[in-house]
Design a protein around this ligand. Structure first.
Ligand SMILES: Cc1ncc(COP(=O)(O)O)c(C=O)c1O
Length: 428
């Protein structure tokens, strides 16, 4: 067996067979689910051939599938699961909010406290509004920008992902909201400048991730992001940083590390303390348009926008877990882990490399041919799962606070073994 092109197909077939043999109950779970959920799935990004694992529970950084196999989780719920899978203090906060009464049909003190914490951290945020997802936060931020500027066009970037209806991995997806999008290459300041020269007076907003997460952990250069800041300043368009993933890079998100302040910021994932969450915020001049006491206010509704359980969990998370020290330590741990992964890959055949920022990273197979790249990554994924290490089939790794030195060392050893096995077999 080898990652070499000649034997890859056979090796992959065997790895898939081994996977099926280890996980028959996950196959059964999918068959049952398929009767009531299309393809057995209610979240397309979780799909991976031949079938995704059915996970029955977790604790700390471990998860267990329905067949009883246990994995160390290096995926961390696609970056939302920064707290690990059990957390006594979050449990306590949610339980207290639950016991105190939920669904209270009005404002509650929790949402004010969480909004104050977020506004204090992000220089771009004077005021904010809560939503139930990052997707909703981005849709609302773009809607605000379009209404405030009186312009229609939105600049986004190829490979960008801002939610299920704002996805640009393959051009403008048919499920996307019907806005007038200009889709430009990422990290190309000249292309952005050209688009502004052509249609700048029609551009309401530039929506950009400081690092494209779903796009393979493609890190934005400060030159590119600063150019967007300057172009927006010149034209009156609003610069929106989607920090749904990158907010964990520092207390004030990636924008703090970059020293670039956008006009608006969208947030999600970690600030819900494990529950569904989103938020969009910005300068008072923009956000004040949502003040419902004004006759021309922009309406923004949502039954669960301020639900007490999420607000309580988010507050506990930001006060006691997402502390400046904890975020700095996690960032450094991620940087060191990515470097170690790249060292191992380089030393063992150079079949793969890793990109990313801090604790979020993506393994890429290195090959010119896209099928070869896909198959190499699938093979690595199967063989690492076999050794008890879980990450996304597309190569995404997001470290949680629960993943420590021991787990990272174990991952590196398992990787070495998988790569060595392949090389040894190639040599025979
Ligand atoms: C950068 C980015 N923006 C927005 C979203 C959408 O967030 P949600 O899944 O909460 O709708 C995601 C989700 O992965 C994301 O990575």
């Amino acid at each position: 067996m080898t990652f070499h092109a000649d034997t890859l197909t056979a090796d992959l077939t065997r790895a898939e067979e081994d996977f099926r043999n280890r996980t028959p109950k996950s196959a059964e779970a999918l068959a049952r689910a398929s009767r009531v959920l299309p393809g057995g799935n209610t979240r397309s990004s979780l799909w991976a051939a031949p079938y995704p694992l059915s996970i029955t529970g977790g604790a700390g950084c471990r998860i267990t599938d329905v067949d009883g196999n246990t994995y160390t989780d290096f995926l961390g719920e696609f970056t939302a699961g920064i707290f690990g899978h059990t957390c006594p203090s979050l449990e306590k906060a949610v339980t207290a909010a639950h016991r105190g009464g939920f669904g209270l049909s009005s404002h509650t003190p929790y949402e004010v406290a969480l909004a104050e914490e977020l506004a204090a951290r992000f220089p771009s945020i004077d005021q904010l509004r809560f939503t139930n997802s990052g997707t909703e936060a981005n849709v609302m931020a773009l809607t605000a920008a379009r209404l405030v500027t009186g312009r229609e066009r939105v600049m986004v970037f190829a490979g960008g992902y801002h939610g299920g209806v704002l996805t640009f991995g393959n051009g403008n997806a048919p499920v996307n909201v019907p806005f007038d999008f200009a889709i430009l290459p990422y990290n190309d300041p000249q292309a952005a400048a050209q688009e502004f020269a052509k249609s700048g007076d029609r551009i309401a907003a530039v929506l950009v991730e400081p690092m494209q997460g779903a796009g393979g952990c493609n890190v934005g250069t400060s030159e590119f992001l600063q150019a967007l800041r300057d172009l927006c300043d010149e034209s009156g368009a609003l610069l929106i940083f989607d920090e749904v993933q990158t907010a964990r890079m520092a207390p004030g998100g990636a924008q703090e590390r970059l020293g670039i302040t956008p006009d608006m910021t969208t947030l999600g994932k970690i600030f819900g303390g494990g529950l569904a969450f989103g938020a969009f915020g910005g300068k008072k001049a923009v956000m004040a348009r949502f003040d419902p006491s004004h006759p021309d206010a922009i309406p923004h509704a949502g039954t669960f926008n301020n639900n007490r359980l999420t607000m309580a969990a988010g507050l506990e998370a930001i006060r006691n877990h997402l502390t400046p020290d904890a975020l700095a330590a996690l960032y450094e741990r991620g940087e060191a882990f990515r470097a170690a992964l790249n060292d191992r890959f380089a030393a063992q055949g150079g079949w793969f490399h890793v990109t990313g920022m801090g604790s979020i990273m993506n393994i890429h197979a290195t090959a010119d041919d896209s099928t070869l790249r896909r198959d190499r990554l699938r093979l690595l994924h199967f063989r690492m799962m076999e050794r008890g290490y879980y990450f996304a089939s597309r190569g995404l790794i997001a470290l949680s606070f629960a993943v420590g030195e021991e787990e990272m060392g174990g991952f590196l050893d398992a990787l070495d073994a998988v790569l060595r096995e392949r090389q040894a077999e190639r040599a025979t």
